[in-house]
Design a protein around this ligand. Structure first.
Ligand code: GTP
Ligand code: MG
Length: 335
């Protein structure tokens, strides 16, 4: 692999921003979809509070982190303190409560890695997964949303990358490729290390927001409206950044030694994290540190086969961005 390949971006790159922005716009969920999500959440809240008046429901994941494309399912977290009930009992009970109303396909998945209740609301047509007390996900959702408010290019880039990953079949954790959450972290990392930087490192700044969840201290600067236009000194167009993103993961990232870390705004060494060898099922072939659960590598799902698939996809995309006269068609071609 040609790590040393110093490629200059094609001269006409900025002209490609128009079609990329058109793709981005076409993926934004319309206002009525957002309203339907709120409507469903309100219904769920009503049903849950009848049984558990002290419980709270939070949206998390792409419906709340601002990286949700149109027609996504919604992710909901039930926050509840029930000392005498374990998670699977709560899941069963929750499914019971929701079953009795007009919701469809209510399923309790008690044995999944993250136990959830799945359901579909026939009125809004929205599907929904409800998990229990997964408050770290609620906090990382806020972190991602706050990053999105700093520079519009993050949301644009992340939509395009998620769309690419779905089209190319590399957004499937059960097949050893990466979650949407991992791709968004890769986008944030990428924009943090641009010169000049397009995003700051919120966890490296003065703490204005802090919570402790499951014994993890989550602290960061969340008054992002005070940052002014943080990325204004960097004039890179969205097309340039899409090119740069693929080029970075194809030819610049040091997979053997580096961990990407949004928490530090940089990369850290695999050796420092002791992520140099396989432990159990964690292989650490591409390392993406969770911003709060720092012992958690979001690349852990990637195996010997899928790392090859992923890297070849990054190279393919980088080459299309560099040489193809019409990159938008080829880039998102179904695999
Ligand atoms: P789409 O559903 O593909 O649009 O994206 P999504 O943003 O909902 O992403 P995903 O389904 O990958 O994850 C949903 C949410 O769960 C994320 O936003 C995170 O908050 C959380 N999450 C997902 N995977 C992990 C993980 O491995 N660790 C932690 N801590 N949180 C995760
Ligand atoms: Mg989701």
């Amino acid at each position: 692999r040609s790590y040393k390949r110093q490629m200059m971006c094609r001269r006409d790159i900025d002209n490609l921003s128009v079609p990329f922005l058109a793709i981005y716009e076409s993926l934004i969920p319309p206002q009525e979809e957002k309203l339907k999500q709120k409507q469903l959440l309100a219904l769920l809240e009503k049903l849950v509070c009848k049984e558990w008046p002290m419980a709270r429901l939070y949206l998390y994941g792409s419906c709340a982190n601002s990286f949700g494309v149109s027609k996504s399912d919604i992710d909901v977290c039930l926050a509840i303190q029930e000392a005498d009930m374990d998670k699977s009992k709560i899941i069963m009970k929750l499914a019971d409560i929701l079953q009795s109303d007009n919701l469809q396909n209510v399923q309790a998945l008690t044995r999944a890695r993250v136990p959830i209740v799945k359901l579909m609301d026939p009125v809004t047509g929205i599907s929904c997964d409800i998990c229990i007390n997964n408050l770290l996900a609620v906090v990382n959702t806020k972190l991602l949303r706050d990053y999105a408010h700093i520079d519009a290019r993050l949301r644009q880039l992340a939509f395009i990358i998620k769309h690419w990953a779905k089209s190319r079949g590399v957004n499937e954790t059960y097949h050893g490729t990466l979650s949407s959450y991992a791709y968004v972290l890769m986008c944030i990392h990428f924009l943090q290390q641009r010169q000049p930087a397009i995003l700051p490192c919120l966890q490296g700044m003065k703490t204005t927001y802090s919570v402790t969840v499951d014994n993890v201290d989550c602290a960061f600067f969340d008054q992002v409206e005070k940052l002014g236009e943080f990325g204004r000194h960097n004039k890179e167009s969205i097309a340039h950044l899409v090119w740069g993103f693929f080029y970075y993961w194809a030819y610049c990232h040091d997979y053997a030694n580096s961990v990407i870390s949004v928490r530090t705004g940089s990369t850290i060494s695999k050796r420092d994290k002791d992520w140099t060898r396989r432990v159990g099922n964690d292989r650490h072939l591409i390392c993406i540190e969770d911003p709060f659960e720092t012992s958690h590598d979001l690349g852990r799902v990637v195996d010997k086969h899928s790392i090859k698939v992923l890297r070849e996809e990054f190279e393919r995309a980088a080459d299309i961005m560099q040489f193809d006269p019409n990159p938008c068609n080829k880039l998102f071609e179904p695999y």
